[in-house]
Ligand binder design. Structure first.
Ligand code: FAD
Length: 363
């Protein structure tokens, strides 16, 4: 018996969920979205991400499990499918205890602590000997992570889904239940998977007022400094961040950033951009030629994305709205890629429960 499934949203959450579900030929999947890979829009977080794997979930939480479960999948894709646009990259993390009460310091508190759970997940984890730490740095670690070229990876996911028979259509919905009537087979969908990110705040039938943005501003440059790096905070503001990551396959280097909660402004702030570039060069002088400052950066573009944060954490849950079975998978803040497979596995197992109940009801 065929399962008619609608995935609403074509960011990394919707595409990863559709990718897993499309591996079962019994699933007839329609992916519906206002924005698709190739678009750059303030309502679409996924293209703006770095994106790398720097775990932030607190030990013992569901978030920890989602990130832990995602690493093997990203590693396998990196090794088996170079065309997916992911590469391994050395990573350096610097922690300053004075950042621990700031928004950025709290966001990165698991990442920056000296004995994190992920030391047993990522390869080559080691603490930097204290004698080698720069002034002001309390501890530092290095490991091998991945960096994802989102402009290659998102279309790769679309390609995998299409190869497995999924159908992609542009559509905009005011109410989640309406998406059930837009399955390409012409019949009502058995289940709608809600992967609308920050728009779950305003989407009828969901209206989740726990959703809010954390604004992330970036500068994309052609310079390539080598390893990725991140610090626990900056001296420029409690909601500013410092990270550097070079994407795979010519995707340029992302200089970040900011973590501005409840800020919806989609226009790059050039003063913030200057601070981002300056502090990246301060911590990583090899970004530019010797003696150069910001003028040594070859800028591709400035960008702003809104991380879809949710008070109380990501929502992966079954629901019923106007008689339509829904599985929610939204609210992934700044970790949508590094938790993508873990969250999608959890959503897929809820979809299976919905479909089993449907089969039982028909017997
Ligand atoms: P989105 O990408 O926002 O997709 C939502 C989808 O739903 C879109 O297709 C949209 O069109 C569709 N949609 C919404 N409403 C409707 C509607 N009513 N009708 C039809 N379609 C609708 N994460 C990491 O793991 N690692 C990183 O290094 C990282 N870096 C980041 C850096 C920045 C600057 C930013 C902004 C984010 C970063 N993130 C990172 C976080 C990550 O980008 C997000 O968590 C992730 O993209 C969220 O994906 P999503 O699919 O849930 O939502």
């Amino acid at each position: 018996m065929a399962n008619n499934i609608v995935v609403l949203g074509a960011g990394v959450s919707g595409l990863t969920t559709a990718y897993l579900l499309s591996q079962d030929p019994a699933n007839k999947i329609t992916v519906l979205a206002k924005h698709m890979p190739g678009d750059y829009d303030i309502e679409y977080a996924s293209p703006w991400a770095g994106a790398n794997y720097m775990p932030v979930g607190k030990e013992g939480s569901a978030h920890h499990k989602w990130e832990r479960d995602t690493w093997p999948a990203l590693k396998e894709i990196t090794e088996k499918y170079p065309e997916a646009g992911i590469h391994f990259r050395g990573t350096l993390i610097y922690n300053r205890k004075k950042d621990q009460e700031t928004d950025t310091g709290k966001w990165f508190s698991e990442l920056t602590q000296p004995n994190p759970w992920y030391k047993d997940v990522v390869p080559d984890f080691k603490n930097v000997p204290s004698g080698q730490l720069a002034p002001g740095v309390d501890n530092a670690q290095e490991f091998t992570s991945v960096c994802i070229n989102t402009a290659v990876y998102l279309p790769w996911l679309v390609g995998q889904c299409v190869k497995n028979g999924a159908v992609f259509k542009r559509a905009v919905f005011k109410h989640i239940a309406d998406a059930a009537n837009a399955h390409h087979g012409g019949q009502k969908a058995d289940v709608v998977i809600n992967c609308t990110g920050l728009s779950s705040k305003t989407l009828g039938g969901v209206l989740d007022d726990k959703m809010y943005p954390a604004r992330g501003q970036i500068v994309v440059v052609r310079n390539d400094p080598g390893p990725m790096m991140s610090t626990s905070g900056t001296d420029d503001g409690e909601d500013e961040a410092l990270y550097i990551m070079t994407r795979a396959a010519g995707g340029g280097t992302i200089l970040g950033g900011s973590y501005q909660k409840h800020n919806w402004n989609g226009i790059p702030d050039m003063n913030l951009a200057n601070r981002i570039m300056k502090r990246c060069i301060d911590v990583c002088p090899s970004l530019v030629k010797k003696g150069q400052g910001i003028e040594g950066l070859d800028i591709i573009r400035h960008g702003v994305g809104l991380r879809p944060l949710r008070e109380g954490g990501t929502r992966i849950e079954k629901d019923k709205v106007n008689g339509v079975a829904i599985v929610h998978n939204y609210g992934h803040g700044g970790f949508g890629y590094q938790a993508s497979f873990g969250c999608a596995y959890a959503a897929v197992s809820l979809v299976k429960e919905v479909l089993q109940n449907k089969s039982r009801a028909k017997l």
